[in-house]
Write a protein that binds this ligand. Structure first.
Ligand SMILES: Cc1cc2nc3c(=O)[nH]c(=O)nc-3n(C[C@H](O)[C@H](O)[C@H](O)COP(=O)(O)OP(=O)(O)OC[C@H]3O[C@@H](n4cnc5c(N)ncnc54)[C@H](O)[C@@H]3O)c2cc1C
Length: 393
């Protein structure tokens, strides 16, 4: 197995052959991918070296110190965190070779066409239909809350292919070309004023069978890989100490002594400790993963992330007093990426509200932790054996 010494040797070779100062950004990123230094735990030939996932930091740090460009993970988060691991787990060799390199380099942005107006927490109830016509699937339906759809070239999509089966069994997973003329993307404005996400209307969208991921009818199983990775991507991102939401409020505390009070001091310290515990727990989860796919444990991380972000950003607004109530800019924008900790305190406070909804609501994640981590009895489900078409909607 490739160790840290070998990774550092390869990193030095990459830097010598493609000096960041004289190599174009995309060319450097392509060379990094081809050297197996993109995501080191991926297989050789697909941007990795089958190395332990925990060694990624060795490469990232060495490249950052050398002034090498990164692939702007905030812009391509859905591709990196959700589409890629699912393609790796279920894709054909052809699909892996076609999609993973432009995804990692950032030439192709991805979005996630899962949620629908009638199917969010109960995602398996989804009604978007895919009907097979020879080697093509014709897709009709509506998706909603689709982050980054306005900049995406590709989407991961789940659609109903057999309405006669119970809801979890008649779903199939596809890779959808967002430039198909049947794809219409309309902005949805959020509480922050921005439209990070969209509603997406699919009208006779034609998807070649070669862009099906996994077997027909296996879409629910394939989607679990996406959802488990999504929770780790949202809640378990690698951050330095004070790198997350706790960073800005700690800085304000240090730099603005006139705002301090005993009560806020105690609460800030409690949250600082909680943030550090969550950060270190994320680190341990990543080390446990080594390689392979995350399980339901990531739901706990994502739960903690949402709770902490809301509590910390609330404290920050309180600390700033009247100043905290000012909101800099409510212009309707369609941002290319999301930075939870970016901009001003008001933005952080409002944006964090979505953290307990996106990637699964906190209530639903509590159910997952209860059932699949703690082994508690599951919620009563009376629709497991009923054909989807016969369900009340
Ligand atoms: C910022 C943001 C970005 C998003 N991006 C995407 C995206 O890119 N792609 C995508 O497909 N989706 C996306 N979503 C959608 C997100 O996954 C859904 O909003 C979420 O799954 C909840 O679904 P819903 O909105 O339909 O709410 P509902 O499922 O209708 O839930 C309403 C309320 O009922 C509660 N509830 C529902 N079922 C249960 C239960 N069994 N037990 C206890 N409580 C329950 C929920 O917790 C919630 O409080 C995004 C959402 C947000 C906020």
């Amino acid at each position: 197995m490739t160790d840290a010494t070998e990774l550092l040797r390869r990193t030095r070779d990459l830097l010598a052959a493609h000096p960041p100062a004289t190599t174009g950004r995309t060319d450097f990123l392509k060379a990094r991918f081809d050297a197996g230094l993109a995501w080191v735990h991926y297989p050789e030939g697909l941007g990795g070296l089958d190395a332990p996932r925990s060694l990624q930091g060795v490469v990232d740090t060495a490249l950052a110190e050398a002034g090498a460009p990164d692939n702007d993970p905030r812009r391509i988060g859905i591709g990196l965190g959700m589409a890629a691991p699912t393609i790796l787990a279920y894709g054909t060799e052809e699909q892996k070779r076609r999609f993973l390199r432009p995804l990692w380099v950032g030439e192709e942005v991805w979005c996630q066409l899962f949620s629908e107006p009638g199917a969010g927490s109960d995602l398996a109830a989804l009604g978007t239909r895919a009907v097979r016509e020879g080697d093509t699937w014709v897709v009709n339906g509506q998706k909603v809350w689709t982050s980054s759809a306005h900049v995406a070239r590709w989407a991961i999509l789940i659609a109903r292919t057999d309405p006669d089966l119970p809801k979890h069994r008649g779903i199939t997973y596809f890779l959808c070309d967002m430039t198909d003329p049947g794809v219409e993307v309309r902005p949805l404005r959020q509480i922050t004023g921005e439209a990070e996400f969209n509603e997406v209307f699919l009208t006779d969208v034609r998807i070649p069978d070669a862009h099906r991921l996994g077997e027909v009818g296996d879409g629910w199983k394939v989607a679990q890989t996406t959802l488990n990775n999504e929770r780790v991507a949202i809640g378990g991102a690698r951050i330095p100490r004070e790198g997350g939401m706790i960073g800005p409020v700690s800085r304000t505390w240090r730099e603005r002594p006139e705002l301090r009070s005993h009560d806020l001091h105690q609460r800030l310290l409690d949250l600082w400790v909680d943030a550090e515990v969550a950060r270190l727990t994320g680190e341990r989860l990543r080390q446990q993963l080594v390689a392979g796919q995350p399980g339901p444990e990531g739901s706990g991380m994502k739960l903690a992330f949402a709770r902490l972000n809301q509590a910390i950003s609330g404290l920050e607004v309180e600390l700033l007093g009247e100043e905290g109530l000012l909101y800099g800019d409510w212009t309707m924008r369609r941002p290319e990426h999301v930075d939870f900790t970016g901009r001003d305190a008001g933005y952080r406070y409002l944006r964090s509200k979505g953290n307990s909804i996106e990637g699964g609501t906190s209530e639903v994640l509590l159910n997952i932790v209860a059932e699949r981590v703690l082994g508690l009895p599951s919620e009563p489900r009376n629709d497991k054996d009923v054909a989807w078409k016969d369900l009340a909607r």
